[in-house]
Design a protein around this ligand. Structure first.
Ligand SMILES: Nc1ncnc2c1ncn2[C@@H]1O[C@H](COP(=O)(O)OP(=O)(O)O)[C@@H](O)[C@H]1O
Ligand SMILES: [Mg+2]
Length: 270
């Protein structure tokens, strides 16, 4: 069915896929701003907190920055999911630098701090610690991350640290117990959704990458997709794809509002 749909609309590949290379991404304002701010945060070796709704484009933005870093001057430690306890965070850091983790939790924490500092002091490479889905971090994990970022109590952090997560992360960081950490956060950015015109441009961009530069979706179809997705890229992808399938199932040459409406029903009903 995918093959036939692809042939029917003359696509060279399926549009709205997730596997876009950084150079192929759509550069709407939220994406550009997130990339610029994260880049600054890394170069300053600061602590950054990037938040946004599910599917806002946080991970894509962070990965864009990481992919562009000079590998001779940075070491990236990327934790896709923080449900690994305090020990898991320390183990991942230590493993990145080829150190065998100590069984004792406190010695392991010291190993992680020392490994991060040595990378900076001895090899001149900045460790970039990225914790995705950081709204899932437990208090003790945040407390330990705070300790990693102020090694030796000196003002200069040995690493750049990015916490990336859903909006509740901002609230967690504001808890009184984490005030000391929160005060040292140099970057706070909440990714907004795309505007209506940005969503239209986003849809065209994905279609162009799939080989269609002409108009395939009607304006009212795109407008309905935008409103239903509230401008968030992942939801736009899902709705645009479902609308395409609905149009194909009705043998249509274009994706009209009726097809978009079918997609909305499909997605909001499940
Ligand atoms: N700038 C962009 N250009 C193209 N596609 C994007 C862009 N930003 C997000 N997407 C799409 O939206 C999906 C969700 O983005 P993601 O970064 O995973 O969201 P989040 O991490 O905020 O939940 C991605 O898989 C990708 O398909
Ligand atoms: Mg993500």
């Amino acid at each position: 069915m995918i093959d036939k749909l692809q042939a029917h609309y003359g696509f060279t590949r399926m549009p709205f896929g997730r596997d876009l290379a950084p150079g192929m991404l759509h550069r709407h304002a939220a994406h550009n701003e997130a990339v610029a701010r994260i880049t600054w945060c890394v170069s300053e070796r600061s602590i950054g907190v990037i938040t946004g709704e599910v599917g806002a484009g946080k991970t894509v933005s962070v990965r864009t920055v990481l992919a562009g870093l000079d590998a001779s001057r940075h070491v990236v430690i990327y934790l896709p999911n923080p449900m690994i306890g305090v020990r898991g965070i320390h183990e991942t850091i230590v493993a990145t630098f080829g150190v065998t983790p100590d069984r004792s939790g406190s010695r392991l924490a010291a190993q992680a701090s020392a490994a991060l500092a040595a990378e900076r002091d001895e090899r001149g490479r900045t460790p970039v610690l990225v914790i995705d889905e950081a709204h899932l971090l437990r208090y003790e994990q945040l407390e330990n991350i705070r300790m990693l970022t102020n090694h030796n109590l000196d003002a200069d952090s040995p690493l750049a640290c990015l916490l990336v997560g859903q909006p509740t992360l901002r609230r967690t960081m504001k808890l009184a117990v984490l005030a000391a950490f929160e005060q040292r956060v140099a970057l706070r950015y909440t990714m907004p959704p795309m505007t209506g015109p940005e969503t239209a441009s986003y849809v065209s961009h994905h279609l162009k990458l799939a080989g269609r530069s002409d108009t395939l979706y009607s304006d009212d179809a795109v407008s309905l997709i935008h409103t239903t997705a509230r401008g968030y890229p992942r939801a736009v992808n899902n709705l645009a794809l479902q609308a395409l399938v609905a149009a194909y199932a009705s043998g249509k040459a274009t994706v009209d509002e009726q097809s978009a409406r079918a997609a909305v029903t499909e997605i909001t009903d499940t």
